[in-house]
Ligand binder design. Structure first.
Ligand code: AMP
Ligand code: MG
Length: 336
């Protein structure tokens, strides 16, 4: 069995800021939430970056599913308990996105994730009977939250991995805005969050990785937006020539096989983009397009397993295909 680590890919081009340098650039590169994070702010001093690093580590300490000291770990052990405002806020927003996606995002998918080894790193292929038993524990609708008190159904466990980085991007953006930072860029693994515009006044050009190579397939020009990519290539293992990716279809308990190789969601709210990128990877092209038609607040770049690219019409002017995709036909998904 072979594990292809998340780190190697996240170090490269999950979503690549294609930016230059400017005066008063303050930056830091850290490893947190199981990925490499690059923080860049344009500010007079480093305080904003140092505070952001503390905030990220603080949120990681609360949200981690594997760290024995985390709030989520305690909740999963005890079945209920009081959590911080951050954790409660994220759970509430995540449950809304679970509902919005009809359960394609399901933050209680943890038992199935564990069975495949995606939580522990001990990868294996569980049999159908085992998955059927575990699926009885998967249903976000059973999670109750009253203020800061969370109660899980018996045996259920949360995993916030699909939304935590998006929430963190929103939190750092808010922190920087409060500190007066008007221009910055966060690259949190597959999550990029642009604060304002570039110091020269131009939009940020965020590269979107080609799921079949380490190159960019295109770039999207944004201002004050999150650009979040979920892809089967980001974390997976292979057994007997079959690739099993880290995004689980909660309907089957098995790695999603919807015909999509990657999903990039662009919008003002990082946590929504993060939740939706994971969910649309599960739903596939047609159901993903339907979800977009029914809901405002985000645009998408979808890449199929066959290498076709589809974008939603709101991003048509902002998206530029690159490299081998420059001459490719891009399907535009329209509202009407
Ligand atoms: P992302 O990289 O944002 O697409 O999130 C993937 C991570 O979310 C995985 O590593 C799991 O921890 C978790 N996850 C996998 N499948 C699901 C799902 N269907 N709903 C919620 N979380 C999931
Ligand atoms: Mg996600």
């Amino acid at each position: 069995m072979r594990r292809i680590g998340a780190l190697a890919f996240c170090l490269t081009l999950c979503a690549v800021p294609l930016t230059g340098c400017a005066a008063r650039e303050q930056s830091s590169t850290i490893f947190a939430m199981d990925t490499v994070m690059e923080l860049t702010a344009y500010a007079d001093d480093r305080q904003c970056v140092d505070d952001a690093v503390s905030l990220i580590h603080d949120l990681e300490d609360k949200f981690s599913v594997t760290d024995e000291g985390s709030e989520i770990y305690a909740l999963n052990e005890n079945g209920s308990g009081a959590v911080s405002g951050d954790t409660a806020g994220l759970i509430v927003r995540a449950l809304e996105i679970c509902a919005l996606t009809g359960g394609a995002l399901d933050i209680t998918v943890t038992p199935a994730l564990r069975a495949w080894g995606f939580t522990t790193g001990e990868y294996r292929v569980p049999d159908g009977g085992e998955l059927a038993e575990l699926l009885k524990l998967v249903d976000y609708r059973g999670v109750q939250i009253d203020g800061r008190t969370v109660t899980l159904p018996p045996g259920a466990m949360l995993d916030l991995g699909a939304v935590a980085k998006g929430w963190t991007g929103d939190a750092v953006s808010a922190l920087w805005r409060d500190m007066g930072v008007e221009s910055g860029l966060l690259s949190l693994g597959g999550n990029v969050q642009a604060i304002g515009v570039k110091p020269n006044g131009g939009k940020w050009n965020i590269g979107i990785r080609d799921p079949f190579s380490e190159d960019a397939l295109g770039a999207v020009a944004v201002e004050d937006k999150a650009v979040v990519t979920s892809g089967g290539y980001q974390r997976y293992f292979e057994e007997n020539g079959v690739r099993y990716c880290h995004i689980i279809d909660p309907a089957t308990g098995r790695p999603a096989r919807s015909g999509l190789a990657s999903v990039t969601v662009v919008g003002p709210e990082g946590v929504l983009c993060d939740g939706l990128s994971t969910a649309v990877f599960v739903l596939g092209l047609d159901a993903g397009a339907e979800l977009w038609r029914e809901n405002p607040g985000f645009e998408m770049v979808l890449v199929t397993d066959g290498g076709e690219v589809a974008i939603t019409e709101g991003i048509e002017d902002a998206f530029t295909p690159m490299g081998s995709y420059s001459d490719a036909e891009i399907q535009v998904i329209r509202r009407g």
